[in-house]
Write a protein that binds this ligand. Structure first.
Ligand code: FE2
Ligand code: FE2
Length: 318
């Protein structure tokens, strides 16, 4: 096994052990959402990263309505985070740590998979805690899970293209892509958030995810050369499918928030279509969102396999 990725990893993981938020944070995530925070006229939003609000049909929304749309966007992010960390990332962390994969994985990476496991459990916990408080504050009584479940169905569907014995490659692909692009994702979502406890949550999460990205980059560098040609073909397709799903703008929640404001399904669909159904979002922004995993795949020689390279070229990722 090439020792270089491990040496590099050990050098760059620095003080993760000491500084991960689960060990070092003094934040309790007990929000004090005063009435004025949501109802004031300052125009504060939960995030300024909400491109759909630029649509001409939504431009007349008042500040309170805009705040409501961005708050629901935050809830969607939190619900997905909680589920993804526990159901997907930690399932893969478990398999890595306990040696359930057939790959030769250095001890330090197995041990750090357990460290990541504790980080992700903490992220799931504080995401859920903030989610519950904002739900109460906004008086949202509906179950929002049906609005995020489509995303998880698509993720689960990745493995259906191949024999069940290759499911592990799809699980690994989804988590490797997610963990190497999540820093970009969090940076986008936290844009414009000024309410300190929520900002702190994003900052703590972001800090931990830098280390996770490093861990998963190293795992991929070590794992890829151990795959057979057939496994490489399958994983190449899995990686592309995972990128397609994770690069998609999250628009499902607008069908809830905007319908509560009074818009019909048809109008919401038109707004989503007008804003996101174009090359700018489907190709340019998607490629930018995937820049870290794409660089990783390139460095590991994934695109040296012509059949895989063609698929990524066809998608516009390379
Ligand atoms: Fe996380
Ligand atoms: Fe993570």
């Amino acid at each position: 096994m090439n020792s270089h990725p491990i040496e590099f990893y050990i050098k760059t993981k620095k003080d993760w052990d000491k500084k991960s938020s689960v060990r070092s944070s003094d934040e309790t995530y007990d929000l004090k959402l005063s009435d004025s925070y949501l109802n004031d006229d300052t125009g504060l939003q939960f995030s300024t990263f909400c491109p759909i609000l630029n649509h001409e049909k939504l431009k007349f929304l008042d500040k309170r309505q805009r705040k409501y749309v961005t708050a629901l966007q935050l809830l969607e992010f939190l619900i997905k985070t909680t589920k993804f960390e526990v159901d997907h990332v930690n399932r893969v962390a478990n398999s890595l740590a306990l040696g359930k994969y057939k790959f030769d994985i250095p001890k330090v990476l197995k041990r750090d998979a357990l460290q990541m496991y504790t980080d992700e459990a903490y992220h799931a916990y504080f995401s859920q805690k903030i989610n519950d408080q904002i739900m109460d504050y906004l008086n949202v009584k509906d179950d929002l899970m049906p609005y995020v479940v489509k995303f998880f169905d698509k993720v689960d569907n990745i493995k259906s293209k191949f024999d069940k014995k290759y499911d592990y490659l799809s699980d690994l692909s989804t988590v490797i892509i997610a963990e190497t692009m999540i820093c970009q994702d969090i940076s986008d979502e936290m844009k414009g958030i000024v309410y300190e406890p929520i900002r702190k949550m994003f900052k703590e999460h972001l800090h931990d995810e830098f280390f996770h990205a490093n861990l998963f980059k190293t795992i991929f560098k070590i794992l890829w050369p151990q795959l057979s040609s057939e496994e490489k073909e399958i994983m190449g397709q899995n990686l592309l499918d995972a990128m397609n799903i994770l690069a998609e703008p999250r628009t499902d929640i607008y069908f809830y928030s905007l319908s509560k404001i009074g818009f019909s399904y048809e109008i919401i669909s038109k707004c989503v279509d007008d804003i996101y159904n174009n090359d700018e979002w489907k190709v340019e922004k998607a490629k930018k969102r995937m820049s870290h995993p794409l660089k990783l795949l390139d460095r590991c020689g994934v695109f040296e396999i012509q059949s895989i390279k063609k698929k990524f070229e066809h998608r516009g990722f390379i």
